[in-house]
Design a protein around this ligand. Structure first.
Ligand code: HEC
Ligand code: HEC
Length: 354
């Protein structure tokens, strides 16, 4: 057999291999493999928790239905790290549910009955008993459940209840059962241990359900997608631009942590392109805040700006848009600091674009 040297043939062959690989990944229907690929990184190999809360807890699995698990995988928890797995087929999603269910196989029967409590009373009970962990508006605790000194188990972050993904998955009965049972092995106590009567529980369930209306109205006013990079074109030379950027950084009382050429380490020493410079900078406290909220922010920290001279001699400064961090990691807790960072980046870029 003769091997073709036509680059087009090679390209087509590689393309076909990719299609086959892609399809074989898509065709995976083994629940335990699908869990390992899609979930284990956050929830642990055996569902014992990590960035994601534990899933193998008996009190959890005996409080929820398979339909709840299915919908949670489908909808995710917007803004709460837990992604929406919309690319998985129904068959694959059912396979994952079956795998999770195998940890605590007890069939869950939840009697269907809507909450009939008083949401106004529920609001007060929530403020007194739940807000300190689940947040004053029920948006969930801050952090990811992972920190640098303790990688596993506690602390478990209190999930967001005022969340469209949670409310789409959880029926009133599931919320009520969760409150009555609590979750042994986590900070979530049963209602009785919090001093709540079954009437109080009904009131809180009705209050949690009432979040749905508010979420709907904020979804109606949501803004469009945010650009993933910021950039400015400088009217100065490469060196002057770099100098102005450094000055602007120190004027903002930020530290320059490191500077290197973009292709540093990729080409032989001394052969780097000297017209492509990356400046790492930041405020240590702000960096720590972001890393505590979400350790994955380490990918983007310290903050960095890249200065590039193009072939036509024009100088450009670019940065990843901090406003994207929240959506990138599906973590709404990053939004406040990201907005502050965005202001700083914009001010620095403005220094060179004038
Ligand atoms: C000491 C902190 C703490 C307090 C107080 C607390 N919770 Fe929780 N709650 C948690 C944690 C942590 C979890 C997650 C447990 C797990 O890993 O399954 C949780 C889970 C839940 C869940 C299940 C959410 C889900 O995604 O499955 C509901 C519902 C809930 N809490 C409601 C309440 C309500 C209502 C109150 C007040 C009456 C309350 N909690 C008080 C920490 C707390
Ligand atoms: C990037 C991390 C991440 C990945 C990947 C992930 N999860 Fe989650 N998951 C979370 C976090 C974090 C929460 C808690 C949400 C909150 O804090 O509001 C969660 C919550 C859940 C819950 C709700 C648990 C409860 O107590 O009600 C279920 C069920 C769940 N995930 C299943 C899965 C499954 C199944 C997969 C794979 C298909 C998966 N998750 C992948 C991070 C993740």
């Amino acid at each position: 057999m003769q091997i073709s040297h036509n680059p087009l043939h090679l390209f087509i062959a590689i393309f076909l291999i990719f299609i086959v690989l892609e399809n074989s990944a898509n065709a995976e229907t083994d629940g335990s493999k699908l869990f390992a690929i899609n979930c284990a990184a956050c929830h642990g190999d055996n569902g014992d928790g990590g960035i994601g809360i534990p899933l193998a807890l008996p009190d959890f699995l005996t409080s929820v239905t398979d339909d709840y698990l299915f919908k949670t995988i489908r909808h995710g928890r917007p803004g709460r790290i837990m992604p929406a797995f919309q690319h998985l087929s129904d068959e694959q999603t059912h396979a994952i549910v079956k795998h999770i269910r195998s940890w605590v196989p007890k069939e869950v029967k939840i009697i269907s009955q809507g909450a009939t409590g008083n949401p106004e009373k529920g609001r007060d009970i929530f403020a007194r008993n739940c807000a300190r962990c689940h947040g004053p508006l029920g948006k969930g605790g801050a952090g990811t459940g992972i920190n640098f000194t303790r990688l596993h188990h506690l602390p478990i972050v209190a999930p967001g209840l005022n969340n469209s993904g949670y409310l789409a998955a959880a029926s009133d009965e599931i919320i009520r059962t969760t409150l009555l049972k609590g979750r042994r092995g986590t900070p979530m106590l049963p209602a009785a241990k919090m001093g709540l009567t079954s009437e109080d529980v009904d009131d809180v369930v009705s209050y949690i359900r009432s979040f749905e209306k508010e979420l709907q109205s904020s979804a109606d006013t949501a803004t469009g997608p945010v650009k993933s990079t910021l950039f400015a074109t400088s009217t100065d030379s490469f060196d002057e631009t770099a100098e102005k950027i450094r000055r602007a950084i120190s004027e903002k009382r930020l530290r320059i942590i490191r500077q290197h050429y973009l292709d540093d380490g990729l080409v032989a020493q001394g052969e780097e392109n000297k017209k492509q410079l990356v400046i790492h900078f930041g405020n240590i406290q702000q960096i720590n805040t972001l890393l505590t909220i979400d350790p994955r922010m380490g990918l983007f920290l310290p903050n960095r700006l890249t200065i590039l001279e193009q072939d036509d001699g024009k100088v450009m400064v670019t940065a990843v848009n901090p406003l994207r961090f929240g959506t990138l990691f599906n973590n709404a807790n990053l939004e406040h600091t990201s907005r502050e960072l965005h202001k700083i980046y914009s001010a620095i870029l403005k220094e060179v674009s004038e």
